[in-house]
Design a binder for this molecule. Structure first.
Ligand code: PAF
Length: 277
């Protein structure tokens, strides 16, 4: 496996490759990322699997954890090599943003300003801008994103479709601990006690789904009830929501749905979701 830090070197190495499967990450990798790399490997058996590691300042608000986000390049590279990655692209900030990034990708308001976008203004602009830039640098034929960041996957899919990028976007299933905690780089911030408490987020989502499946149709009341469960145990929920899988709009019976949540446990913000039907 090759580790490349600069754009010209990466372009030279990939020149002439027609099958490139790409997994963009911010590093501090866990089994969830490695599953995406294995999925990329399977999707492009004869091609090159490229993973990027870049903590993208543009998608963090000033009060968020950009500075304390764990940087673990050496260990990440060992994990990536074992998972079948061919090339790691790990640029520094000057490589990706040599000047102030004034051209940015703004997703449509109906996706950009709901759920994650409502609570993290500017987040999807930062994500889309760096993802488009990484796509231009790597020029993949396939890119794999985790379903754990459900709205991010949808935003990227729409960007690729509307901008006619020749890239097939694959969604990777969320990987969970034995107890059911969705793997996340941010789990590293949790104390042992919080790690146990963190399971309540997926439980609250399952309770919301159970309420819907039992015939509850007052979605606002179901969501408020699920959030109250979390608050009782010291969480600060941003949202727990039941939405259509297709576009994250308000659900109707008979449609494929997704339950999504974001909540803060201490100073750590966790997200999770489950598809229904
Ligand atoms: O999901 C992530 O890790 C990031 O949002 C991504 C897609 C690598 C863009 O910085």
């Amino acid at each position: 496996m090759q580790l490349i830090h600069e754009i010209p070197g990466l372009r030279q190495t990939l020149a002439g490759q027609t099958e490139i499967a790409f997994v963009p990450t911010m590093g501090n990798l866990h089994e969830g990322h490695l599953a995406l790399v294995r999925q990329a490997r399977l999707a492009a058996p004869q091609g090159q699997v490229v993973a990027s590691i870049f903590v993208n300042r543009l998608q963090f608000a000033p009060h968020e954890d950009f500075d304390r986000y764990p940087r673990t390049l050496k260990h990440d590279c060992e994990l990536l090599a074992a998972a079948g990655c061919d090339i790691v692209f790990a640029p520094d900030e000057r490589e990706i943003y040599p000047e102030l990034q004034t051209y940015k990708v703004h997703p449509p308001v109906d996706l950009d300003q709901i759920l994650e976008g409502h609570f993290r203004p500017g987040f999807f602009v930062g994500v889309c801008t760096v993802v488009l830039k990484l796509f231009n640098i790597v020029q993949p034929s396939i890119a794999v994103f985790g379903k754990k960041d459900y709205q991010q996957l949808m935003v990227v899919r729409q960007m690729v479709s509307q901008l006619a990028l020749p890239i097939k976007i694959l969604g990777g299933e969320t990987v969970r601990s034995g107890e059911g905690l969705a793997l996340s780089s941010r789990n590293a911030y949790l104390s042992d006690e919080q790690r146990v408490e963190a399971l309540r987020l997926s439980q609250a989502l399952k309770a919301l789904i159970a309420g819907w499946q039992a015939g509850g149709r007052d979605i606002a009341a179901l969501e408020a009830w699920a959030m109250a469960q979390l608050r009782e145990h010291g969480w600060e929920p941003d949202y727990i929501a039941l939405r259509r899988q297709h576009d994250l709009g308000s659900p109707e019976p008979g449609q494929a749905l997704v339950a999504l949540a974001a909540a803060r446990l201490g100073s750590t913000r966790l997200i999770d979701n489950f598809e229904v039907g």
